[in-house]
Design a protein around this ligand. Structure first.
Ligand code: ZN
Length: 367
């Protein structure tokens, strides 16, 4: 009882803090966040939510046997708009399936607004969603939210008004505040996949086939790609995103990753659009660029190790500046992290390109 009382007090103090925070520097109402829809063909609707890459994408396809929605958008208020747009566009609301590209509240917190649909995700999606809900990533954790807000407030003040960075920072604030409020609300229900799979699962409809294929452990351990040959579409969640470097870790099996994508790259002229988890639409050319970058680094680092170069020498040899074609991609950015044992969140500068080199280096050393 006592713990519950303290918890209530902590949550109350955070709400008071949030009220002051949003009252002081409110620039835009959450309800004003736009969504942009694009009809890709007669049966597919792409929905980009928000104005920046802080928010997430949704793909809806209309099969003869029901609507299939992939991810829900970052905020339930956005999911409501997304649903309206889908229903208006297709003139129906028979949601048959909801597919999670991977476990991340920024992509699927709105799952509880599709209760009629059968939810599908990777085998590892369920335990991760549970961990996010109960543990370290818990948006209900008042201290984490408070630290996040303190940092954002300070950083927002340093940003140029109306700039992309400021808008992105605001959208991250909205994501965090809204996730927090949503999870506190009595309407919220954590929707876990009803059906999970490990390597592959295919849904057969009268007019389309949805092949779901698990990627290797890279962005997460539960990423799935959805290939719909009849609609010439490939949805790859956060595996690759427009104008972002790919994400991987020291467990990533790169040769297997390249092999998995071979079935899509071999079909280049059969795929019109590639949908990522954030930002705009991609093409197979973007996917090829990402794969070539990973392959070049993998092969280069393997050779560097065989030649006896140190990690630092390898980083220098493959400095980001040498990848001219990626100069438009942001490879250094700041993240807010609270590691186990830390009392407060910290702003950490991440050099994504160097991190990729380090991870590939470690993976190759382990072999
Ligand atoms: Zn994402």
């Amino acid at each position: 009882m006592c713990v519950g009382g303290i918890e209530t007090l902590r949550i109350f103090s955070v709400f008071a803090f949030l009220f002051i925070f949003t009252f002081q520097i409110q620039a835009q109402k959450i309800d004003d966040i736009p969504i942009k829809t694009e009809r890709l063909n007669d049966k597919a609707l792409f929905i980009k939510t928000g104005e920046t890459d802080a928010m997430t994408n949704v793909l809806a396809v209309a099969s003869k046997e029901g609507l299939i929605v992939m991810d829900t958008g970052s905020l339930p208020v956005i999911t409501q708009k997304v649903k309206k747009a889908i229903e208006k566009e297709f003139g129906r609301k028979d949601y048959a399936y909801l597919i999670y590209t991977h476990a991340d509240f920024a992509h699927n917190i709105g799952g509880y607004l599709f209760t009629d649909a059968i939810c599908i995700g990777h085998d590892n999606c369920t335990p991760l969603l549970k961990r996010m809900y109960d543990g370290y990533y818990n948006p209900r954790d008042p201290e984490r939210l408070k630290n996040f807000m303190k940092d954002r407030e300070a950083r927002l003040k340093t940003m140029e008004k109306g700039s992309y960075k400021e808008k992105r920072s605001w959208e991250r604030v909205y994501n965090m505040v809204n996730s927090f409020k949503t999870i506190q609300s009595s309407d919220f229900k954590l929707i876990l996949p009803d059906i999970t799979f490990n390597d592959r699962l295919t849904l057969y409809f009268e007019d389309m086939t949805i092949h779901m294929i698990h990627n290797v452990d890279a962005y997460s351990d539960n990423d799935i790609m959805m290939y719909i040959p009849e609609l010439r579409l490939l949805n790859i969640g956060d595996v690759f995103n427009k104008d972002r470097l790919p994400w991987l870790n020291s467990r990533t099996d790169i040769p297997k990753w390249l092999e998995i994508f071979k079935e899509f790259t071999d079909k280049e002229d059969e795929i019109d659009y590639v949908i990522g988890g954030h930002n705009g639409l991609m093409t197979m050319a973007d996917v090829r660029e990402n794969l070539a970058y990973i392959k070049d680094l993998y092969e280069g680092i393997k050779t560097a190790q065989a030649e006896g170069l140190s990690l630092e020498e390898t980083k220098e040899k493959f400095a980001f500046e040498k990848f001219n074609h990626l100069s438009h991609v942001e490879h250094k950015f700041k993240m807010i992290r609270r590691l186990p044992g830390d009392k407060e969140s910290k702003v950490v500068e991440v050099n994504r390109h160097e991190r990729i080199i380090e991870d590939i280096w470690k993976r190759l050393k382990k072999k």
